[in-house]
Write a protein of this length. Structure first.
Length: 77
């Protein structure tokens, strides 16, 4: 069986076959900026410096939503 994964299915969350865990990804610096409440410029600066737990995939920044939440809640503790 071949499963085709489109970008829209990833951004809306992808339910893995045989698993109940949902992958909720934020694609692009602008989406990440909106989520963390920072400007686009500040977010790209943090991403470029490695200050956020994101990685580049095909030239676009991507991070799992729960990873960002954990990063900020652990940093605040």
């Amino acid at each position: 069986m071949i499963t085709v994964v489109t970008r829209s299915s990833i951004t809306k969350g992808l339910r893995m076959e045989g698993s109940e865990e949902k992958i909720d990804l934020l694609w692009g610096g602008e989406e990440i900026a909106k989520f963390i409440g920072r400007t686009r410029r500040a977010t790209f600066d943090m991403l470029d410096k490695g200050q956020l737990p994101a990685r580049k995939v095909n030239g676009r920044w991507v991070v799992e939503r729960k990873t960002l939440i954990a990063f900020f809640t652990e940093s605040a503790a």
